[in-house]
Design a protein around this ligand. Structure first.
Ligand SMILES: [Fe+2]
Length: 334
């Protein structure tokens, strides 16, 4: 029995916090705190280790909900699969009251929209507002038809000056060798994202982490390494602000006023990346005015996981976003 316990510990790891694992978020009372995972539906050591880290970090950073960027269940999707590939590995988070909000990936059956714990309300695309001033948009990037685009345009417009945060599966910008930028989805979605002032986009599909340099004023993250990793697949390019394709990972995020702080953490509990995004303008909920474009800025992130820096307030002078750069190399729609 003791041997079994030891094996389980070795496989999963016991999250503990040591130097190099400091929380780099403000952790302010009343802020919007959330986590993000992607391509998470593969049972195994990576998924278990990430889930254990998330539960442990939630003890000191009480995030209320978790975005799922798609590929929520790989393979068969029988009731037992929902249990084995989701409910059991994330049991501690679910039991602790964290809510999951899923977007559909290319491996996901549309029937997931009716799974209670994914909180999709029976729809392949939907929006929710956890708090005044912040609104999330789950998009189905598998099928971006006119109907969905009309819905997105209308809902974004109606969200006024809220933070507008979109999450979906296919990355509009990516340096991945396997997939790369999803050109088709970019052509379809980007005009609406820009027209309506979306600030931040979280995607998956690639089994790595990549923080993209701001594109046309929008901050993009790929986090698709929460249960699978594809080592060597990230071909760092002109798009890459930071990337990691060797560690299972998840993200934590916090919105305080006009600042969104993020921290990307490995399944070993090591911080891979951290920084903040400042959007222009004040948060003025319910004014019916579209937000100004986000002005991203980033605090230094370690090139390699290294000693943690205590979280500091972001500098007040935001960096100017550069001109959009086209995706390098042959990027084809997936
Ligand atoms: Fe995928």
């Amino acid at each position: 029995m003791r041997r079994l316990v030891l094996i389980a510990i070795l496989l999963v790891g016991v999250p503990s916090f040591t130097a190099g694992q400091e929380l780099r978020l403000p952790n302010k009372e009343g802020s919007v705190k959330f986590a993000i995972i992607g391509d998470s539906g593969e049972p195994g050591t990576g998924q278990r280790a990430v889930a254990a880290q998330m539960a442990a970090w939630r003890g000191r950073f009480p995030f209320g909900f978790i975005l799922m960027n798609g590929d929520n269940l790989y393979g068969t999707e029988r009731p037992t699969d929902y249990e084995n590939k989701f409910a059991r590995p994330y049991k501690a988070l679910i039991d602790g009251g964290a809510k999951f909000y899923a977007a559909l990936g290319n491996h996901d059956d549309a029937a997931q929209v009716n799974y209670k714990l994914f909180n999709m309300g029976g729809a392949k695309y939907y929006t929710f507002k956890p708090k005044d001033g912040v609104r999330f948009f789950a998009i189905d990037s598998n099928y971006v038809d006119d109907k969905q685009l009309e819905w997105l345009d209308k809902e974004l417009a109606a969200s006024g000056s809220d933070w507008k945060i979109a999450f979906f599966h296919h990355p509009l910008y990516s340096s991945g060798a396997t997939h790369g930028s999803a050109d088709l989805q970019r052509d379809l979605l980007e005009p609406t994202l820009l027209k309506r002032g979306v600030n931040v986009v979280f995607t998956g599909h690639e089994h790595f982490y990549e923080r993209i340099k701001p594109q046309k004023g929008v901050a993009y993250f790929i986090i698709g390494s929460s249960a699978k990793i594809r080592k060597g697949d990230l071909q760092k390019s002109a798009l890459t602000a930071y990337g990691n394709d060797s560690e299972y990972a998840f993200m934590l995020a916090e919105i305080v006023g006009d600042e969104l702080y993020f921290q990307t953490i490995s399944s070993r509990g090591v911080t891979l990346d951290a920084g903040s995004i400042k959007r222009a303008g004040d948060v003025q909920p319910n004014t019916g005015v579209t937000t100004q474009p986000v002005v991203p800025q980033t605090k230094p992130s370690p090139v390699q996981p290294g000693p943690a820096q205590p979280a500091k307030p972001a500098p007040s002078k935001p960096a100017q976003p550069g001109p959009a750069k086209p995706a390098p190399g042959p990027a084809t729609a997936k």
